[in-house]
Design a protein around this ligand. Sequence first.
Ligand SMILES: O=C(O)c1cc(=O)[nH]c(=O)n1[C@@H]1O[C@H](COP(=O)(O)O)[C@@H](O)[C@H]1O
Length: 273
Amino acid sequence: MNTTQLVQEIKKKKSFLCIGLDVDLNKIPQYLLEEEDPIFAFNRAIIDATHHLCVAYKPNTAFYEAYGLKGWKSLEKTINYLNKKYPEIFTIADAKRGDIGNTSTMYAKAFFEDLAFDSVTVAPYMGKDSIEPFLAFEDKHTILLALTSNQGAYDFQTKAVDGKELYKQVLETSKTYKNSKNLMYVVGATKAKFLADIRQIIPDSFLLVPGVGAQGGNLQDVCKYGMNSQVGLLINSSRGIIYASKEKDFAQAAALKAEELQKQMAVELNRHF
Ligand SMILES: O=C(O)c1cc(=O)[nH]c(=O)n1[C@@H]1O[C@H](COP(=O)(O)O)[C@@H](O)[C@H]1O
């Protein structure tokens, strides 16, 4: 899926919501544990109940890898289900990969070819030759960590190197990479005030913004400082949506939480467009 199609979906659904599928077997309704594949059963129900309210889903691979082979199978079934039943949805493998070139190529194949995700999150620390192998997949998107939502972001990302903050150097340098038009960036919702500066450097890029809900980020602030002429935002919430209820109504409860965010997004879209 390209960004033109993504923007069309955002305008059609009046939503730039990304739902994080971070499935923890201790937090899902316990009766689902009797299913052959509880993680997939949970995801399928959440997706069926919420797909009209969001434009993207983001499984964080840690939550699948934690369950070994079975977890990876659940991830595969989830992405296949999304691609087959809801091809208009933008899919993000939140894997935070990145390594020397030939290894990055294998990571890219895993998520773009074998699992057929539209995008993958990548850590920028190893630089150009660790990122360009992902960008070599021209019809896919590479989502680079720029300024993350956690407290540890202040350990390195906001520190000045040669007079400029590291996260700004990541943004500027990455623009020189081959096929950089297919880059998106992660900026935490908890860092909304930084978005004005970030938009000076990358006015046109899409941003994946996690950290509303459970981490306390504010949707209105993110829109105020981060929205661009093509919307340019995918705001993620995981726990705040998918764990709204542990009972039989869990999928409907998740849809209500998603709808709360979608309605706030519709207000923001009306304000900006
Ligand atoms: O890359 C990410 O998605 C990410 C980057 C970041 O800076 N902060 C962050 O929370 N995330 C991910 O976004 C999701 C946030 O989940 P909730 O806090 O439950 O909404 C998790 O999957 C995190 O791993």
